[in-house]
Design a protein around this ligand. Structure first.
Ligand code: GLY
Length: 370
């Protein structure tokens, strides 16, 4: 059954419907410390959540651990959860991934609903049924495919985000543009993301920005792009839910990007997922130009956008061997062979591509030297 993804017009009504469809005996809401203070206040007075028990874990990807997962299982158990209970994951990708995994495994699986609050979670993590945690320094090493009953996507939460988190999600949107069509890709490059990012100081709250109409216009345009972006992901996931084929298109930028992210994590200098993907896309588009004939004009435009908005990846050539080693652990690998997703053109996807170590190092050189 296809996952129900709702672009919200009335969060309270849609959430109430999603809960009503299951009629759980107990309801739990999972947040992290950040979404507890910024996003929970938006929904805490909803009648449908009156009886909900709260579970809160640490924020950021560093909390996406076995320990946090055990804390959620414990809270569900101590709160009297049964197989007929439901978990609502209110947060970014860490919460929807970890909460989805906790729900999928508790008593062999309870229902869960995702309410993504970050751009990254809206356009990627909360949709498509990938759940999991990081393990032994590797991203999303342990997890299962299991779709949320419903994903309710309310773009008002975007107003709670700082510029780094907006950009982090926008990298996945850019990826959806590259793997879909020139029209969507062009819209994404033309959108003045800096107009949103430059107006955001520190992390705000949903109420504190409502009265700034100039920003509202940009958020409205962003919300339209988000809806298109989610539709790209939904189309691909519906065709290949368990990543046997075309879903690998969604891994563009991720083979090298995940290695950047894992290295940063073990070095205790974590970088946001979307930044790692943006820099990973520079490398993988470089490989696409070299090996697949990806058009150079589209390459330079995309790389220019990434350079202008994401800056330079802090990269040292002494890290190359370690990065290569991390790539050998990629979940897409088959029989020890790395499988890259490359492009012959925008929307012309080539999955399962083998790339030599020399070519990977050349792509890293391109990123490092700019
Ligand atoms: N984030 C890639 C996927 O959902 O397949």
């Amino acid at each position: 059954m296809a996952q129900d993804v709702i672009i919200s017009k009335n969060l309270q009504a849609e959430l109430s419907d999603a809960i009503g469809r299951i009629s759980p005996d107990r309801l739990f809401v999972l947040t992290d410390t950040t979404t507890l203070s910024l996003c929970w206040p938006v929904v805490q007075d909803f009648a449908c959540l009156r009886e909900a028990r709260m579970i809160t874990i640490g924020a950021t990807d560093e909390a996406k651990t076995l320990e946090s997962l055990a804390d959620v299982w414990t809270a569900l158990g101590e709160g009297g959860a049964t197989r007929h209970s439901m978990l609502i994951n209110l947060g970014g990708g860490m919460i929807t991934d970890l909460g989805g995994f906790a729900a999928s495994t508790f008593k062999r699986g309870i229902a869960f609903v995702n309410v993504p609050t970050t751009l990254l979670a809206m356009v990627d993590a909360s949709v498509g049924g990938k759940t999991g945690i990081n393990f032994r320094g590797l991203k999303n090493e342990i997890g299962v495919f299991n779709e949320a009953e419903t994903v309710v996507l309310d773009t008002h939460f975007l107003r709670t985000l700082d510029s780094h988190n907006i950009l982090s999600g926008y990298a996945e949107m850019l990826k959806h543009g590259l793997i879909s069509n020139r029209q969507h890709w062009t819209e994404l490059l033309r959108f003045d993301i800096s107009a949103i990012c430059s107006q955001i100081g520190t992390v705000g709250g949903p109420d504190c920005v409502e009265d700034q109409p100039d920003r509202s216009e940009h958020y409205t345009s962003l919300a339209h792009l988000v809806a298109e972006s989610v539709a790209v992901k939904e189309r691909i996931v519906a065709e290949d839910p368990h990543e046997q084929g075309i879903r690998k298109a969604l891994n563009l930028g991720h083979t090298i990007g995940h290695a950047f992210e894992s290295l940063a994590l073990v070095n205790n200098r974590p970088i946001l997922h979307g930044y790692a993907v943006a820099w990973g896309m520079v490398c993988e588009l470089y490989l696409s130009v070299k090996l697949m004939g990806f058009p150079k004009d589209a390459f330079y435009k995309t790389v220019g956008f990434i350079g202008d908005n994401y800056g330079r990846m802090p990269l040292d050539c002494r890290d190359y061997d370690r990065l290569f080693e991390l790539m050998t652990h990629d979940k897409k690998n088959v029989a020890g062979r790395m499988n890259f997703t490359l492009l012959a053109d925008i929307g012309d996807i080539r999955i399962n591509q083998q790339v030599t170590k020399d070519d990977i190092f050349e792509a890293l050189d391109y990123l490092r030297e700019g």
